[in-house]
Design a protein around this ligand. Structure first.
Ligand code: GDP
Length: 465
């Protein structure tokens, strides 16, 4: 099983919560220690582990139990969602150029599976109906050129290589069937890139994939060569191929290559081996660059997109629990919504309800994510989102200094300037910023209606309409 050790390490955490009725600061200490240990043993980078554990424990104690869900089940769900987030959330698709050809430049250290990936990627794209051409750029390893030619097979476009047919390839049962541009080992990679690109334009192929030389470790010559090739090709994608077996080291490499040459993502190979998960879990968080594709075997078909949610699901191996918790969440959200609606209808919506709603939104993730889910809100800028988040924070801090009575009866504030002033002062703000339904709104019924409508909150209304 992929990441089997990680899976069983995490299992220990859930098991410790069996029999508990709630999640508390105290009873999650042990499970959190298990999670921490499991991640470290999987070779996830330490800062990533720290942030992860913090985020999970915050949520575990900060959110109430979903009705009908046991503490251990809820923790599984929280860990799952954080794992998905850690790995980048959404699948990160390959980007194609607006006009042909799309150029994909592959980089990576020796032995990580770069040459294999070139051919796999060509097959992958070919299956999507795209015509491809490979450029063999690994001039320091003549066998790599042959390997690529053999992998890709058949129609070699231009090939003035002294072909050394020493590959003896055992892996490549499937013929990829795409042309390879090879120019031997005597010409510099940047020149090969230039010629190859010219050839690709002539043939009007959709995608050009260039394999480059890998070395045993990072050195200046390799980086300079890559920069030069990148300049010539002006690629749409620059993908670093990394080996899952190298754990968090893979994430460090992605960072280095990104800083040095600027990359668009990573391809993680050898996920079928006994890698522990550290690379898959660290790359995005450490480097900021997504894993776009993964290699899961030696066959040419073994390349697929990297789906963070499926990966998390495989790591946890708790599909049933996850779908159960999600169902329970939906039911509860539905019930809450109905309760809220009836409160609004009967004009009983108070500051407590407002706070509950705000926090429910906060639980769903960052404001940007929530806003992203609202149709037509795609054009909201990050600055506007920050502004909105600020005003919500402000509202929260004001509600926090209100008396329980004031929270339940917004009209008390609406009727009393003295109360408004006190709330404003106690929350460290001026009266101008007092919540709606107080300084700004006069009629109670109107204030409630406005209040229930997110877009009418102060600070948001001017930005969001
Ligand atoms: P390069 O030096 O980076 O070009 O590496 P190669 O493409 O020559 O691959 C090195 C070795 O790793 C070969 O034996 C490949 O068959 C193997 N390999 C590449 N990708 C994978 C993978 O996803 N899974 C497994 N099990 N082996 C792989």
């Amino acid at each position: 099983e992929m990441f089997g050790q990680l899976t069983s390490g995490l299992e220990a955490a859930w098991n410790k919560l069996k029999g508990e009725e709630v999640l508390t600061k105290e009873n999650i200490v042990e499970p959190m220690r298990d999670i921490r240990r499991a991640l470290l043993e999987a070779d996830v980078s330490l800062p990533v582990v720290r942030r992860f554990v913090q985020a999970v424990s915050d949520q575990a104690v900060g959110t109430g139990l979903i009705r009908g869900v046991r503490p251990d089940q809820q923790l599984v769900k929280i860990v799952n969602d954080e794992l998905v987030k850690l790995m980048g959330g959404e699948v990160s698709e390959l980007v194609f150029a607006k006009s042909n050809p799309t150029v994909i430049l592959l980089a990576g250290l020796q032995g990580v599976g770069k040459t294999t990936v070139s051919a796999k990627l060509a097959l992958y794209l070919k299956k999507q109906g795209k015509s491809c051409m490979l450029i063999a750029g690994d001039i320091y390893r003549p066998a790599a050129i042959d390997q690529l030619v053999i992998l890709a097979e058949d129609e070699v476009v231009v090939e003035f290589v002294e072909r050394i047919l020493t590959c003896g390839s055992h892996l490549h049962s499937q013929v990829v069937g795409v042309p390879v541009y090879a120019a031997g080992t005597a010409i510099k990679p940047a020149e090969i890139a230039r010629q190859g690109l010219q050839e690709a334009r002539k043939k009007n192929v959709d995608v050009v994939i260039m394999d480059t030389a890998g070395r045993l470790q990072i050195d200046k010559a390799m980086m300079d060569e890559l920069k030069e090739v990148k300049r010539v090709l002006n690629p749409t994608e620059v993908l670093l191929v990394v080996d899952a077996m190298t754990g968090q080291e893979a994430a460090a490499l992605v960072t280095t290559f990104n800083v040095e040459i600027g990359i668009t993502g990573a391809i993680l190979t050898k996920l079928d081996g006994d890698s522990r998960g550290g690379a898959a879990l660290s790359v995005k968080e450490v480097s900021g660059k997504p894993i776009k594709l993964v290699g899961r075997g030696e066959r040419m078909e073994d390349l697929e997109p990297f789906y963070p949610d499926r990966m998390a699901g495989r790591i946890l191996g708790m599909g049933d629990v996850l779908s159960f918790v999600e169902k329970a969440q939906e039911v509860m959200a539905q019930e809450d919504a109905e309760e809220l609606q009836s409160k609004i209808m009967s004009a009983k919506f108070d500051f407590n309800d407002f706070l509950k709603q705000t926090r429910a939104v906060a639980r769903m993730g960052s404001m940007s994510r929530v806003i992203g889910m609202i149709p037509g809100m795609g054009k909201v800028t990050p600055a506007q989102i920050r502004e909105a988040e600020k005003s919500l924070k402000l509202m929260e801090s004001m509600i926090e200094v209100m008396t329980p009575e004031e929270r339940e009866k917004p009209e008390l504030l609406a009727e009393s300037p003295a109360r408004r002033k006190r709330v404003a002062q106690d929350s460290g703000k001026t009266e101008q910023q007092a919540p709606p339904g107080t300084a700004r709104r006069k009629r109670r019924s109107e204030s409630r209606r406005q209040f229930a409508d997110t877009s009418a909150r102060p600070g948001i209304d001017k930005d969001f309409q």
